[in-house]
Design a protein around this ligand. Structure first.
Ligand SMILES: Nc1ncnc2c1ncn2[C@@H]1O[C@H](COP(=O)(O)OP(=O)(O)OP(=O)(O)O)[C@@H](O)[C@H]1O
Length: 706
């Protein structure tokens, strides 16, 4: 027994030592990965320090000629020359450039300048076809291999790949083609041995990463390309990738430490706005009609919807109201798709009401507005979809209609993705932002430093001198926990709707905790508060399946513990009154559309003109509806009403009566607008807060104006 005890003791000691060593090994492994990453980042940074813009390379002269003669372009856009020189130098490179920035030229031009074949991996066949059409119009020899190709076409392309005398220089394939066709891979090896496999371009390269918003399993296969074809430089292209995604892509493609060229995410000609979406589909279509007919009369645009059904309903409702709109989605046959595409491209159809299936490869220059009728699943998606507006560099609008209920439609779809909920909540946080610059939110999301002053009033929050009301939610949060605990005791799960019902003392009485006072918040604000608490981690969604659908239930979130600390408070910034500081943008768009001499050709002109006329425009102070107040929505886009209001305000200014919200009753009105008819003790504190915030901001407006 003694011996056994001694052995046990020794084993215990060894186990402890093993555990200690395992912990140490884990720490060291983490450190090793960190150091590797750091080295790679330093290598990337060193490469980025090289001046890639030189024009004295052996290929520079041919490059210039090809650009002028074949592509009929005069100058490079930012980072194009850098990317072209880097890939022609044999450098692996990831190029991050906004939608419409001109990424295609960065592999098309080198393909014509150097011998051999550039292989382009593209996720969609329609994208390939668009590019092939454009290249053939320029008399460039290009081909595609996809499931739709006939045997003869495949043979012809494969022979051309091996033929030294063939002028085929660009070959488009889907990732599936590489991953699934051993025959094609063996052909590529032959072409490589012949020295004719010159470059690999990977479009939408963020699809390689599981951290990205659009992971495609077949992109994983591309990891072997560097190993199989070490001398072939890789050029990865994307419009959106966070630092984490870039690093993951480098790892996946075995090009760690490669050159990363990143253009600014800022599209200065795009104006970002978030509006409250009306509560019913019919009202939200009124809203769309209002925006399209009053603000974008006869202009071209896209409306993005959540589902095929929604896209079809919205398109037909708009058509009934006289807007030339067609719906576009993945279930349409290729003929219908092509018809819609062409009809829209020729401005016959004004609005395409689409699901996310519409967009990749769309190269229409004069898209003046992109409206999201439903919440996109991530900021990456939003940036990409809204970025289809204003490719001609003249002003265009990106408008998002937000309603908290839409969050749950998306969350039940994306929760299975690795970072689905995280990405969705970042999108929701963008919508909930009432004071901060929207450009700043986008830039920070993509890891870009951004000075809010560069926004130049090109987002609704910067444009308005908006004061948010800081609403303390600590008590509300605890009330919600009480409801959730009570339901849990009754073995019930609560959806967001049910939770709000009980919070408002509606719904089945057995689920209402005794002594629970109903909330004073209006339904819309309850939804907003709930979504805010989700985004902040005070609540969380849990997903369960039934035979027909997935249901999101609300539970206490990871921050539930700290909420009970007496010194912890939860604040939410609700929008109160906002004032439009300058309406110049609307005017410029309107004039550009009418081809008046005043129309700026670029956003730079816009900024210059803006500053010169700022003083006069600032005098046009006007009230603007709360973004989260449905009642005011139709007013917001009603030009004549706004003009009327304008005149009144100008009159007020002349007579020295500024429209300053410094009167307690007015503030109470604002507060009630935002929160419902509140008479709880909490609301008085809130009134004080609103008054403080509004007062400061009004003084700011007044100062500017004077
Ligand atoms: N240097 C340039 N000068 C003028 N126009 C250019 C230049 N480079 C590209 N373009 C034009 O810009 C438009 C957008 O280019 P392209 O389709 O390559 O953008 P992209 O970055 O690939 O966009 P997306 O991410 O939407 O695919 C095209 O019409 C193209 O002809």
């Amino acid at each position: 027994k003694e011996q056994l005890a001694a052995v046990e003791k020794e084993i215990f000691k060894i186990n402890q030592e093993v555990q200690w060593l395992l912990d140490k090994q884990k720490t060291l492994k983490e450190k090793r990965n960190q150091l590797k990453l750091q080295l790679e980042q330093e290598a990337s940074a060193e490469l980025a320090n090289i001046d890639w813009k030189h024009t004295d390379h052996p290929w520079s002269r041919k490059l210039e000629l090809t650009m002028h003669d074949v592509f009929k372009l005069k100058t490079f856009r930012p980072l194009q020359l850098e990317a072209v020189n880097a890939t022609l130098s044999g450098q692996d490179c990831i190029l991050i450039m906004p939608t419409g920035g001109g990424k295609s030229l960065c592999y098309q031009l080198p393909a014509l300048v150097s011998p051999g074949i550039t292989l382009i991996v593209t996720p969609l066949v329609s994208l390939m076809e668009d590019q092939l059409m454009a290249l053939r119009a320029l008399k460039v020899s290009a081909a595609a291999l996809n499931a739709g190709c006939s045997k003869e076409e495949v043979n012809k392309v494969q022979n051309a790949m091996k033929d030294k005398n063939s002028d085929l220089c660009l070959l488009y394939v889907t990732p599936e083609k590489l991953a699934k066709s051993k025959r094609f891979m063996s052909l590529l090896e032959k072409v490589y041995e012949m020295g004719r496999f010159t470059r690999l371009a990977i479009d939408e390269v963020h699809c390689c990463s599981q951290w990205g918003h659009d992971f495609r399993p077949d992109y994983k296969f591309l990891g072997i390309m560097k190993r199989q074809f070490p001398k072939v430089p890789i050029l990865g292209l994307t419009a959106t990738a966070t630092a984490k995604v870039v690093s993951d892509v480098q790892k996946m493609l075995n090009i760690g430490g490669c050159l990363v060229l990143k253009a600014s995410y800022n599209r200065p000609n795009l104006k970002y706005e978030v509006h409250a979406k009306a509560s019913s589909q019919e009202k939200s279509i009124d809203q769309l009609e209002n925006i399209i007919t009053k603000r974008f009369f006869n202009q071209s645009g896209i409306i993005y919807c959540f589902s095929i059904k929604e896209a079809e309903e919205v398109a037909s409702a708009l058509s009934e109201r006289g807007v030339k709109a067609l719906s576009y989605h993945a279930q349409l046959d290729p003929k219908s798709r092509s018809y819609i595409h062409q009809s829209w491209a020729s401005n016959e159809t004004r609005v395409v009401v689409a699901t996310v299936a519409f967009g990749m490869g769309i190269d229409k220059a004069n898209v003046r507005f992109v409206i999201h009728h439903s919440l996109p699943k991530s900021l990456e998606n939003y940036y990409q979809e809204s970025g289809r507006a204003g490719r001609d560099d003249t002003p265009a609008y990106c408008i998002l209609l937000f309603r908290a209920a839409d969050v749950f439609r998306q969350s039940t779809m994306v929760f299975t993705e690795r970072t689905g909920l995280e990405n969705l909540y970042a999108m929701v946080a963008y919508c909930l932002e009432v004071e901060g610059c929207r450009r700043t939110t986008i830039a920070h999301h993509f890891g870009e430093e951004w000075d809010k002053s560069h926004c130049q009033h090109m987002c609704d929050n910067c444009e308005m001198d908006r004061a948010g009301a800081r609403l303390e939610l600590t008590h509300d949060c605890k009330m919600l926990y009480t409801i959730i605990n009570h339901a849990s005791e009754m073995k019930e799960r609560l959806t967001a709707n049910k939770l709000i019902d009980i919070w408002q003392r509606k719904g089945p009485s057995k689920l209402r905790p005794p002594h629970l006072k109903p909330t004073n918040h209006q339904r819309d604000n309850c939804e907003l508060v709930l979504v805010f608490l989700l985004v902040e981690g005070y609540l969380k969604e849990e997903f369960h399946f039934n035979p027909f659908t997935t249901i999101s239930y609300i539970n206490k979130g990871p921050k539930a513990g700290i909420c009970n600390n007496s010194d912890h408070s939860v604040y939410f910034c609700l929008p109160t009154r906002k004032r439009k500081a300058c309406d110049f943008f609307d005017e410029v768009v309107h004039k550009a559309q009418k081809n008046e001499t005043h129309s700026p050709s670029s956003c730079r002109d816009l900024k210059n003109e803006e500053s010169s006329s700022k003083m006069s425009k600032l005098r046009q102070l006007k009230d603007n509806p709360d973004i989260f107040s449905d009642k005011n929505i139709s007013k917001s886009s009603h030009v004549s009403k706004r003009k009327k209001k304008n005149t009144t305000n100008q009159k007020e200014l002349k007579t020295g009566q500024t429209h300053q919200v410094n009167d307690a009753s007015e503030k109470d009105k604002i507060l009630k607008n935002s929160l419902g008819n509140s008479s709880s003790p909490d609301s008085s504190t809130l009134t004080e807060r609103v008054s403080l915030v509004s007062h400061t901001s009004d003084r700011k407006v007044l100062k500017n104006t004077v």
